[in-house]
Write a protein that binds this ligand. Structure first.
Ligand code: DAT
Ligand code: MG
Length: 148
């Protein structure tokens, strides 16, 4: 089953949106297989966002993501990578559709509430950065028979 890495950013944690965000993915039918509240060390943030190293906002992005605890999560489900991105909405909340997480709760691109892996390659890479193998729980849920 496909897995993805999702993370409530420091703004989402401070704004008490962890429960709301977890609830959306649970209600959708995806399965939580790992989670932790953590303050990201700067080196880990730089590694996570390495693809943006040359962008003018890189410094701000690293400062922001390390500015307070994040809620890092591993989720599992059919097409969870692409579907979670749709549920998050566009990167800039001003372009994100109502009903999406960024559309409902964000205002500016710098504080857009949630991160989600954008491809199978980045999901594998990011899950590897944030979780050890033994921190992910493989388990079956009876409700899956009513989803799949
Ligand atoms: P996404 O988070 O939707 O995958 P991304 O990978 O292009 O978007 O960028 C990573 C984060 O960097 C994004 O969530 C917010 C920040 N960011 C992106 N573009 C920005 C910009 N033009 N100015 C400031 N921050 C930006
Ligand atoms: Mg991205």
């Amino acid at each position: 089953m496909e897995k993805t890495f999702l993370m409530v950013k420091p703004d989402g944690v401070q704004r008490n949106l962890i429960g709301e965000i977890v609830s959306r993915f649970e209600k959708k039918g995806f399965q939580l297989i790992g989670a932790k509240l953590m303050i990201i060390p700067a080196e880990v943030a730089e590694k996570h966002y390495a693809e943006h190293k040359e962008r003018p906002f890189f410094g701000e992005l690293v400062d922001f993501i390390t500015s307070g605890p994040v809620f890092a999560m591993a989720w599992q489900g059919e097409s969870v990578i692409a579907t979670a991105r749709q549920m998050m909405g566009s990167t800039n909340p001003k372009d994100a559709a109502p009903g999406t997480i960024r559309g409902d709760f964000g205002v500016t691109v710098g504080k857009n509430i949630i991160h989600g892996s954008d491809s199978p390659e980045s999901a594998e890479r990011e899950l590897g950065i944030f979780f050890k193998e033994e921190e992910l729980s493989e388990y079956s849920k009876l409700v899956n028979e009513w989803i799949y």
